[in-house]
Design a binder for this molecule. Sequence first.
Ligand SMILES: *Cc1c(COP(=O)(O)O)cnc(C)c1O
Length: 463
Amino acid sequence: MTSHRTLYSQLPATDRLLRDAAFSALLHEFGHTRVVNALREMLDEAREYIRFREALPAWHADWAAQAKKRLEAGQQSAFLPVFNLTGTVLHTNLGRALQAEAAVAAVTQVMRSPITLEYDLDGAARGHRDRALAELLCELTGAEDACIVNNNAAAVLLMLAACADGGEVVVSRGELVEIGGAFRIPDVMRQAGCQLVEVGTTNRTHLKDYRQAASGGNAALLMKVHASNYQIEGFTKSVSEAELAALGSELNIPVVSDLGSGSLVDLSQWGLPAEPMPKQLIAAGVSLVSFSGDKLLGGPQAGIIVGKKDLIARLQQHPLKRALRADKMTLAALEATLRLYQHPETLVERLPTLRLLTRDATAISEQARRLAPAIQTRFGERFEVRVEPCLSQIGSGSLPVDRLPSVAITFTPKDGRGTTLSTLTQRLREQPKPVIGRISDGRLWLDLRCLEDEAGLMEMLTQ
Ligand SMILES: *Cc1c(COP(=O)(O)O)cnc(C)c1O
């Protein structure tokens, strides 16, 4: 048996390796520090290997090749493009809305050049950074003014902090929701320094409940929260924004609404579930409405608040606005996205979110039939591969009960075992562009609703 000492003596010295011709290319590409770190790591590993297995690791034959492999793996971005075949169009963990080409171009431009972010070319010095977007948003929602922050959670925080100013905020018990990612209305309320006043019950809240709570004289705000991710059925009653707005104007208390998704167009014209629109709430007299930029709107992550001029001015002047403001890339992407809404006739074609949501099940089915044979050949040996109807979700807090008819390629393990399924899921995740599906009913479903690059997937799976 080779002694440990003999094995250790076969380990190369770092200095000698670095002088090796094979390493000079690596030094050039990755820099001295990273190459040396990789080598140290490899030497440590090799010593461990000798200690526990009394042998040299298999890669000992070619240190340069092994170092290259490790350095390249370390180069990989943390944000890898994937195929979203989960069937959830606005998938929070996969980055929500895909940006329109116009938004991509706008962001690229502002990244490369100084821009008129807070600078008026006519020297009028009006300028805060939301001004141009506010004009567009007013046109699209009928509001008087607008304010943009980092996301809708920030928008809610800012509305509460600036408009309630430590006072009481009246909310229905049925709307004290948790949105996911630790965003819970009572917690946000506390962070904003407001006193939460709960009214009504989980299933029923009446206008008189709000009136009673507000008539004490300490109420600073009446608030509605769109219960976007769940639905209560049965013996229920809630107060509409219009009714609450009327009460607010009678008592002279602003009414704010956290709409969550909020679509700028009527989705029912494409047969999609109707989501409440900021425009309708503004028309109903709500003082401020907040919604996300990267949900149904289909733009970048942002929080948008539209509403009354005096209240928006309070938001703009609040110190938190400075902390929560959106950056120039977000604003540029949002501006380009909003401009697409000025031309609604081409919206479905140009806005990826709407394009994916409106894809017709027949087209998806044809796509599934084109892909299934190649997928069967490559991954099918232990599975029954079928083309089956399924239901996609809008995602990101749109009603989970509203589903869109779609088509999936499904894998049922012939041995009926969950481990067989997890092995396949893992294999698909390890593709050059990972394929992410969904497991349900003991099967893996690849819902093709969000597959636009069919040729890319086909090429990857057949090469
Ligand atoms: C999604 C959502 C939020 C949070 O919005 P983000 O843009 O994700 O920060 C807040 N309220 C409601 C009702 C939502 O649906």
